[in-house]
Design a binder for this molecule. Structure first.
Ligand SMILES: CC(C)(COP(=O)(O)OP(=O)(O)OC[C@H]1O[C@@H](n2cnc3c(N)ncnc32)[C@H](O)[C@@H]1OP(=O)(O)O)[C@@H](O)C(=O)NCCC(=O)NCCS
Length: 290
């Protein structure tokens, strides 16, 4: 039977988060049910369900972001951007064009909203995305390590979400206020604001490890101070996604027992602020969120 007959295209709703989580867990990814709920609520998650038993066998998510907090920030891109992620296909359904088909739905959806599609691609995914017309911007790597027990990093309670969102938008060139507010409201999220008020770092619970990021700072020395402060207060496995440009940070990570797990290229299908890393963005929120 052709895949088109055996599968039904669906848009995931809030009750579908556990099915999405089953797919990301099977791939060994770090996203939680809260992440899936965020994608479903704020973006559009396309899925394919087996017609016979209803099993979710493939997903792809499109998440639009505005151009800036209350204004277009820096990059001059008008219509905003949209993140594409959570491209997952169950092992027995691969190599039949399902991921490409769902990517097509994500691209069409974002373009209808006037948003430029952006994603963080693994080396294996890059040729597939290049074929669709995506162009590569800056490179980043996921670093992975385990921290010894330290005192707990402060919870996010007292943090000013608006101030953080403004710093994040200045660093990124797009508005992620809703995402950052969601992170801050999660019970496991930790936050630290730089003493000079020019930066911050968040750490949230992932399925396999604490995900550290975003980290925004005025310069790389301040970024390293924030990272060191966060590391002193976290424990257990930690993932963080760092643009290659920040060689002081990556050298410090390597010296402290962290290893590169995989690399990514930020890619865009149209005008987007990805050509070079912005001067104030030191750790991204994750390849699924940018
Ligand atoms: C990568 C993945 C989504 C591809 O799904 P698929 O339905 O088999 O892909 P399609 O048949 O539509 O893709 C066409 C080709 O592009 C490749 N491709 C597409 N997107 C890709 C990606 N993101 N990463 C690696 N390869 C990709 C596919 O491997 C396929 O080539 P092949 O059939 O010669 O192997 C699937 O293998 C998977 O879920 N892997 C684990 C999770 C993952 O790595 N997701 C991508 C994150 S960027």
């Amino acid at each position: 039977m052709a895949p088109s007959e055996a599968l039904t295209l669906v848009v995931l709703g809030p009750d579908d988060a556990p099915d999405g989580l089953a797919l990301s867990d099977a791939a060994g990814w770090n996203q939680t049910a809260e992440d899936w709920r965020f994608f479903v609520r704020q973006g559009r998650v396309f899925g394919l369900r087996a017609a016979d038993n209803g099993r979710l066998v493939a997903t792809a998510a499109a998440l639009p972001y505005d151009s800036g907090v209350g204004q277009v920030v820096g990059n001059g891109v008008g219509g905003g951007i949209g993140w594409i992620s959570m491209v997952l296909v169950a092992a027995e359904w691969r190599h039949q064009g399902l991921a490409s088909s769902l990517m097509g739905h994500c691209i069409a959806h974002l373009r209808a909203l006037g948003a430029t599609p952006v994603l963080d691609a693994t080396p294996a995914g890059q040729p597939a995305y290049a074929k669709l017309g995506f162009q590569a911007g800056f490179a980043l790597s996921r670093w992975e390590g385990t921290l010894a027990h330290g005192p707990s990093m402060p919870t996010a309670g007292a943090v000013n979400a608006q101030a953080i969102a403004r710093l994040d938008a200045q660093a990124n060139g797009f508005d992620r206020r809703t995402l950052l507010t969601d992170f801050l409201q999660r019970p496991g999220t930790r936050a630290r604001v730089a003493a000079d008020g020019n930066g911050f770092v968040l750490a949230r619970q992932g399925r396999r490890a604490t995900q550290l990021g975003p980290l925004v700072a005025g310069d790389e020395a301040s970024a390293l101070s924030l990272l060191q402060a966060a590391f002193a207060e976290l424990s257990g496995p930690v993932f963080l996604d760092v643009p290659e440009r920040w060689t002081v940070l990556t050298a410090w990570l390597a010296q402290h027992g962290f290893a590169r797990q995989r690399s990514f290229a930020r890619m865009a299908l149209g005008p987007a602020p990805i050509a070079s890393v912005h001067d104030r963005l030191f750790v991204v929120a994750g390849p699924e969120f940018g």
